[in-house]
Design a protein around this ligand. Sequence first.
Ligand SMILES: [Fe+2]
Length: 322
Amino acid sequence: MLVVDDDPAILELIAAQLQPEFEVTATADPLRASDLTRSRAYDLHLYDLTMDELPGIELLLLTLARSAEAAVVLMTGEPSVERAVEALRAGATDLLLKPLRFDALSASLWRALHKARVRGPQNGVRVAAVHDALTRAVEAKDPTTSGHGERVRHLCRIVGEAIGCSQAELAILDGAAALHDIGKIGVPDAVLSKPARLTPEEFELIKRHPEVGARILEPVPGLDAVRRCVVEHHERWDGRGYPYGRRGEEISLPGRVLILAEVFDALAHARSYKEAWPKGEIAAFFRSGRGSHFDPHLADTFVDLVDRDFDRLVEPAALRSR
Ligand SMILES: [Fe+2]
């Protein structure tokens, strides 16, 4: 996302607040911001309304002229009905009041993103089809994981809904679940489907797939949040995962859901090197992994789901007849 506020102190505060969840480009110079919107497409824009060099409304109009589907949120310290009407008429997705309530900021931004996506449904349909195609590409490369991508998508939706994710977060989760293993295309076949224990060198090759995946997806506009989850899907809550050893909430929320869903599916199904685990052992694994491997809050919700609804998690009904 692109954040523009000509007050550098406020800009820094906002950027620091949003950085863990969004890929933020921040500038105090609205003219530079205008140049930036010319050279790349951002998913989301947050502009201050009152800026001397170029008022937020002008920047909004320039942005929408370049990309009609852009989500642009304005913020102002001097609210009035007239200004709110003017902003919304000009095409702002939302108008936030300053001082910003940081606890509610990310929720408003996700809402804005969702609103803008609903405005552009054609785009959504095309993206879903590309996701399907890429999921199949990974499974063609590694047939031992056949069905894994689709099952993880269903799992992510079930868990995402159970923890109250917004539609925008669910959409990110769906993309991330579909694409998380795309980087396996870069791992040699002999390593990927080896029916025995991997050597440390082979495991190092496997460990590159999250970053390779993010690189593969780099040219696709609008996938920043999805790419972030792809990179994160083998991280752990305690920072002992790979590739970066991110810990706790440094890992995005959709990323944390994906980590959990990915592990569940791997345990609940047979692979070339192991049998499927029974329900009791899987529940115990998630219980003992709360706060170490998994986000503790998510793990608690998930163990409840495993207890209540194990069969649906193992093989979603929609996939059973295939
Ligand atoms: Fe993976």
